[in-house]
Design a protein around this ligand. Structure first.
Ligand code: DAH
Length: 358
């Protein structure tokens, strides 16, 4: 076959491919059509095989001509395969019995936020409205920040109040969120209004009200003429808003080395409404908000002039508050993976947290 004849034949084959392939609408048919053209015994395949019958000096050119035609044929066949696949998908998605991959998943099985997280987010929103900044500190903390900067020097008996996990690198798992007070003073100076929610750790024996891992929200306000009435007013507004009902507060003296004076702000037990139950140890009150006026030594350690500024601080028991809000009697369920209902049905009024299997 001369070169001219070869070219003519290839044009014929291309025409056959382009018209033939359009008539096929099954992937299998296209595949067998492909091998009838490009396969070893196919129309182009045989031409390739015949290259060796040409004189050596022509073989390069012949090969090039045939390969160009082969590439065009392959492109037409692939395009048709693509088209058929797309048509099939469209048909499937129009057919109502087929799976529609664009539908959203089942919402029921998505779970929800942890009760402690829900209360934390709520508290953050409330404090942001009061003009507070939400700060975070590390869970692995320097001994200095966790203790010394808070007026708890080494050998101070107050260190024994907080059984501490000491790490091999000399740091501690923070025993409270109070070190963020020091970090915030260093970072912002005065005046200052922050809260710092976070996870804390103590080497505790576990029972219904003690966990080795729990959450607090630290609060710190430093400004001109800050006083205890500001602290009490803020506490009342906060607790009322979180519990969504009026709460009673009781204020007692309390000792914490980083405040002077130190206070314990208690809330009437929301499980028994102050009547006395196992959760409040029959007292009718829950210790929820230890607080006080920031000790001058703590201000000095944070680089703030205690003669110019005063402030209050508090360490809200976030885990305990979440338990009160949702009527959870045993702290241990909060860190377990047990999804069975954890709500006390007798809890009076307010929001409930129900597992969907109840
Ligand atoms: N850090 C204390 C604790 O975990 C709680 C606390 C008490 C925080 C008084 C304060 C405060 O900011 O003023 O036991």
């Amino acid at each position: 076959m001369t070169l001219d004849e070869l070219r003519k034949q290839l044009v014929q084959i291309e025409l056959q491919v382009s018209s033939g392939v359009c008539e096929l609408d099954q992937i299998d048919c296209v595949r067998s059509f492909e091998s009838s053209v490009l396969g070893k015994q196919g129309s182009i395949g045989l031409l390739l095989k015949n290259i060796r019958n040409y004189p050596p000096e022509q073989r390069g050119q012949v090969g090039q001509i045939i390969n160009e035609a082969k590439a065009k044929a392959k492109a037409m066949i692939d395009a048709r395969l693509d088209e058929i696949q797309r048509e099939t998908l469209t048909k499937e998605s129009q057919n109502t019995s087929a799976v529609d991959p664009t539908l959203p998943g089942s919402v029921e099985s998505m779970g929800s936020l942890h009760p402690v997280t829900m209360v934390q987010l709520e508290i953050e929103r409330i404090f942001e409205r009061f003009g507070f900044t939400v700060e975070a500190g590390p869970e692995m903390e320097a001994e200095y920040n966790n203790f010394d900067a808070l007026n708890i020097p080494a050998d101070h008996p107050a260190r024994d109040m907080q059984d501490t996990f000491w790490l091999n690198n000399g740091k501690v798992l923070r025993t409270h969120t109070s070190p963020v007070q020091h970090r915030a003073m260093k970072k912002f100076g005065a005046p200052l209004r922050i809260i710092a929610p976070g996870r804390c750790f103590r080497y505790e024996t576990l029972d219904a009200s003690h966990e080795n891992t729990f959450h607090q929200v630290e609060g710190l306000v430093i400004d001109d003429e800050i006083s205890i009435p500001n602290l009490i007013a803020m506490s009342k507004a906060l607790l009322r808003e979180v519990m969504q009902r009026d709460v009673k507060l009781r204020v007692r003296p309390g000792f914490f080395p980083f405040v002077e004076p130190g206070l314990e702000i208690d809330m009437n037990c929301q499980i028994c409404d102050g009547q006395g139950c196992a959760t409040c140890k029959q007292s009718g009150w829950i210790e929820i908000l230890p607080a006080g006026m920031v000790h001058p030594n703590v201000l000095v350690a944070g680089g703030i002039d205690p003669h110019r500024y005063s402030g209050f601080a508090f360490g809200l028991g976030l885990t305990r508050l979440a338990m009160m809000k949702y009527g959870i009697r045993d702290i241990r369920v909060l860190n377990s993976g047990d999804l069975r209902p954890i709500v006390c049905p007798q809890r009076l009024g307010g929001p409930t947290l129900m597992n969907k299997t109840t």
